[in-house]
Design a binder for this molecule. Structure first.
Ligand SMILES: N[C@@H](CCC(=O)N[C@@H](CS)C(=O)NCC(=O)O)C(=O)O
Length: 310
């Protein structure tokens, strides 16, 4: 099947843990999608042509709408494809809050264990790239020193999931898989892909091990591949579906038509500039143009992102 303006295109790479989170959601929803593989380090000229500067992975593209960050990607997948819902346990709000834990504190513990264990991934070009991304030294020796302490943090937080599963439920929020499972699972998968020590930590939790097998069995939906050039051609030919709307509740009076910049508040803080199309407590959509892709609308979540009026 050839991809068109309605196709879900995930700009990703296979060993990306945050992409795994979205791939699980695509699996839960049984969706058909296109993997567009992006480089693991900069430069990423095709991705940046779409996003206007955001370089993190994954990014979802549907036509000329570009969704940056897993939070807004999952929100949009749920909006466009509500059934089956990923909010299976009365967690429509706090399901996203779970992500604030897994994407920051739990992820950083996993990273320290993986790279502190001397993961072969970390060659010189990778280290330089990640230093630029974080604005801090990517200090393998410091990670080695921190790994034992982080193992305790990792074990404590994995223990929350083991306790959550203690009553015999199949998935974290009950008998069906949902967003909490996608959040809980991807750091464990990332750890297992790379770290023997980390895998040992996980193996100490029998309920988690059985649950991991159930999450893995969900699969990733139906995956096709698409080239970066083909994905850009689709954006160029398409028109965004985002409607102009001003949110009266905007705390700082932002309105459609304002020139704004948006940036992540943690790492990969490259500013993205554009004209505000619509916003709410949970999203902001900016219109921007690029010679290669024409006019696109780039979408970000609000929690974890900073917005400045230009
Ligand atoms: N808050 C982001 C985090 C994404 C993230 O950190 N992704 C990693 C890969 S899994 C990344 O972009 N690393 C730098 C790179 O790949 O260039 C999200 O939820 O999407």
């Amino acid at each position: 099947m050839a991809a068109d303006a309605n196709a879900i295109i995930l700009h990703q790479y296979d060993i990306s843990p945050f992409s795994e989170k979205v791939r699980i959601v695509l699996g839960i929803k049984g969706l058909e999608w296109y993997a567009c593989d992006e480089p693991v380090i900069m430069p990423k000229p095709e991705l940046v042509a779409l996003t206007g500067g955001y370089r993190k992975i994954p990014v979802m593209q549907i036509g000329a709408d570009i969704y940056c960050d897993t939070q807004i990607i999952i929100r949009e997948l749920e909006r466009r494809f509500p059934k089956p819902s990923v909010f299976v346990g009365g967690d429509r709000g706090l399901g996203f809050g779970v992500g604030m834990w897994t994407d920051r504190v739990f992820f950083q513990a996993a990273v320290a264990i993986i790279f502190g264990g001397g993961a072969a991934l970390a060659d010189e070009a990778f280290i330089k790239d990640r230093e630029k991304l974080s604005g801090r030294p990517f200090d393998i020796d410091a990670m080695k020193a921190a790994a034992p302490l982080m193992a305790e943090q990792f074990r404590a937080q994995a223990g929350w999931m083991e306790d959550q599963l203690a009553d015999g439920r199949a998935f974290l929020m009950g008998d069906k898989p949902g967003v909490a499972d996608a959040h809980g699972y991807y750091n464990l998968a990332f750890t297992r892909w790379i770290s023997k020590d980390g895998s040992k930590l996980i193996d100490a939790f029998p309920k988690i091990v059985a649950w991991e097998a159930r999450v893995k069995a969900i699969g990733h939906g139906t995956r096709h591949d698409i080239s970066r050039e083909d994905a850009l051609d689709i954006a160029k030919a398409a028109t965004s579906i985002e409607k102009t709307a001003t949110d009266a509740g905007e705390p700082n009076g932002l309105k459609s038509g304002d020139r704004v910049t948006v940036m992540a508040d943690d790492y990969g803080r490259d500013p993205i500039a554009g004209e505000l199309v619509s916003s709410s407590a949970q999203h902001i959509a900016l219109k921007r143009a690029d010679p290669r892709v024409g006019e696109v609308v780039v979408h970000f979540p609000r929690a974890g992102f900073l917005v400045f009026k230009s």
